[in-house]
Design a protein around this ligand. Structure first.
Ligand code: HAS
Length: 544
């Protein structure tokens, strides 16, 4: 990369790791407050902390990391022109200004609306304007990325696009289609309502538009981790990409089945016909297929690589994986965490069982395994080589060792925290609620030990966050100068050629849109026709 390019990609990384520190601190306060052993100081509202935690980690950290990482992937595989770099900067600043506006609004207590921010919770208009800017900024990145691939295609007629460029394009196509829903809700519903121009707001519509966006959002987080698993980890372990076609097919399936499934977050919601809930649950189960394909492909890579190196016994190839290389270990633990995380997702999506866990802290346990372990540990695994690559430094053996310690502490903290969340959820413990004895109900007594365990897990996690911040600062500013590899795996030499149809964008985006129209048209007409706009007045108090 040129210096100018590296500076661009690093700017996204600075925001990512600053967010980790701020958001992580809020998480720690959260677990303390819920344990009942600690009162938030200065009369700070529990929901202010919860909103900062969710928005900064769930929306800001992820979006900045993903867009920065994806720009770097495209810069490496298809190139970034000077003009495209300028657009990338415009995208960065628009997103950053939006983030600052939204964050300040939350911090001054004017937007205690949680990271899911649907009605009836109401925030100050500045919060929605901040969000709108973040979305617009991300769209600038979307179209810059599309342009990068387009320019490369023009210069390489008839060639298949580099795998990572293809994957980035899928993720950005999914993000764009999904974020149209939340943008519509912010512009048409929330901004007029929070300004007092609209007297009421249709609550069900706002929740439906949010979840139309909210589920693909979690795959927007996951797909960059899959990019690393498919195309980067094989190189780190000294192997090759198992199958280019399989990787592309799984990304296409994820594009098609990630969006028309938002109702699995609304299974307990009145006002949506159960038939449509059932259809979206079926589509949800379809999304498991590309994930299982991914698991198969990764393990096939591990085994093929080990066998080629001559490790013979049944599990010899497994024993000799590079366990002491943090660039491998951190993402690997992420993969393992996805087994219980994904199994929990299947529980959530099963309509009847959802009744048991919905709105309990089980759900919080689920997403601390999926996003906060699987996804984040993979992002860390990427940062260990990407940051020094960009700053012209090296991941030294000492920093690698610290990284391994960091990974172990994170895993320990998250295991304690998310296990106790899952159990407490099954005992009926609610999510999103400060400490309370609920007027002394007998069931409540069964929760407290799990809440204390969460505070212990949260404290361990915070130690891991401090350590990660230290490693990041070292890699960015102080590690010895040198060359750090940007690992991209090559395809097997005898690989079958990738079928051209896999790059037929009209076809795949066409099917995606058809599925969305099928899954959403009639329910949305129903919502508009039958459910009267919620009688939520425009002077409804802000937050809780
Ligand atoms: Fe989820 C709620 C269903 C995956 C994140 N989810 C959430 C929320 C978040 C979230 C943030 O149906 C909370 C939203 C809120 O605030 O209200 N989720 C699913 C399903 C999947 C799923 C079916 N979720 C994710 C991922 C997330 C994420 C990924 C973030 C990145 N989720 C739900 C539902 C709800 C929900 C309901 C709403 C609950 C409610 O009532 O509110 C699936 O994608 C999961 C498929 C995955 C698998 C696992 C396959 C295993 C693999 C491991 C490979 C391992 C290897 C190594 C190779 C079936 C791929 C093995 C090594 C060895 C040594 C063995």
């Amino acid at each position: 990369f040129t210096k100018k390019e590296s500076r661009l990609y690093m700017s996204f990384m600075y925001v990512t790791f600053a967010s980790l520190l701020i958001g992580g601190l809020m998480g720690l306060l959260q677990t303390f407050a819920r344990s009942g052993k600690f009162q938030l100081p200065f009369g700070i509202n529990y929901y202010t902390i919860l909103t900062v935690h969710g928005v900064i980690l769930g929306l800001v950290l992820t979006t900045f990391f993903i867009i920065g990482f994806q720009f770097a992937l495209l810069g490496k595989t298809v190139g970034l022109s000077d003009k495209q770099r300028k657009w990338a900067w415009i995208s960065f600043w628009t997103m950053l200004i939006g983030t600052v506006i939204a964050a300040v609004t939350i911090l001054v207590g004017q937007a205690n609306v949680l990271y899911t921010f649907y009605a009836p919770l109401r925030a100050h208009v500045a919060f929605y304007i901040g969000l709108a800017l973040v979305i617009v900024g991300s769209w600038i990145a979307v179209f810059t990325n599309f342009r990068q691939l387009y320019v490369w295609k023009k210069a390489h007629p008839g060639e298949k696009s580099p795998l990572l460029a293809f994957m980035v394009t899928i993720n950005m196509a999914m993000w764009f289609i999904a974020s149209l829903g939340v943008a519509a809700s912010v512009l048409i519903q929330f901004i007029p309502w929070s300004l007092g121009y609209a007297e009421t707001i249709n609550v069900l519509l706002s929740r439906t538009l949010f979840w139309y966006f909210g589920h693909p959002l979690v795959y927007f987080w996951l797909l960059p981790a899959y990019m690393a698993w498919y195309a980067i980890i094989p190189k780190i372990i000294g192997g090759k990409l198992f199958s280019d076609s399989l990787a592309r097919l799984s990304f296409i399936l994820l594009l098609m089945f990630s969006i028309p499934v938002g109702f699995h977050h609304q299974l307990t919601e009145p006002g949506i016909d159960p038939t449509w809930k059932f259809i979206q649950v079926v589509l949800t189960f379809m999304v498991v297929i590309p994930t299982l394909m991914t698991a198969f492909s990764i393990f096939a890579t591990f085994e093929t690589t080990g066998r080629r190196k001559g490790y013979k016994s049944l599990f010899g190839w497994f024993r000799h994986l590079p366990w002491k290389d943090v660039r491998f270990l951190a993402p690997f633990i992420g993969m393992v965490a996805f087994i219980p995380g994904g199994a929990g997702g299947i529980v959530n999506a099963s309509h009847q069982v959802n009744t048991l866990i919905h709105n309990t802290i089980w759900v919080t346990g689920h997403f601390h395994l999926t996003v906060a372990t699987t996804v984040i540990l993979t992002y860390f695994g990427v940062a260990y080589w990407l940051v020094p690559h960009l700053t012209g430094r090296r991941l030294t053996p000492k920093l690698n060792k610290l990284g391994i310690i960091q990974t172990i502490i994170w895993t320990l903290g998250m295991t304690i925290m998310s296990t106790s969340m899952h159990i407490q959820g099954l005992l009926g413990g609610p999510r999103r609620s400060n400490f309370s004895n609920y007027a002394g109900g007998a069931q409540v007594d069964t929760w407290i030990n799990y809440q204390i365990a969460q505070a212990v897990g949260g404290t361990i996690l915070f130690v891991a966050i401090i350590l990660m911040t230290y490693i990041f600062i070292q890699l960015a500013f102080f590690a010895p100068r040198g060359v750090q590899e940007f690992p991209i795996a090559e395809e097997e030499i005898d690989a079958e050629p990738t079928p051209k149809i896999l790059e037929n964008w009209y076809l795949w985006i066409g099917i995606t849109i058809a599925l969305i129209l099928f899954a959403y048209t009639i329910p949305v007409i129903d919502i508009l026709k039958h459910s009267p706009p919620g009688s939520i007045p425009f002077d409804w108090p802000i937050g809780r």
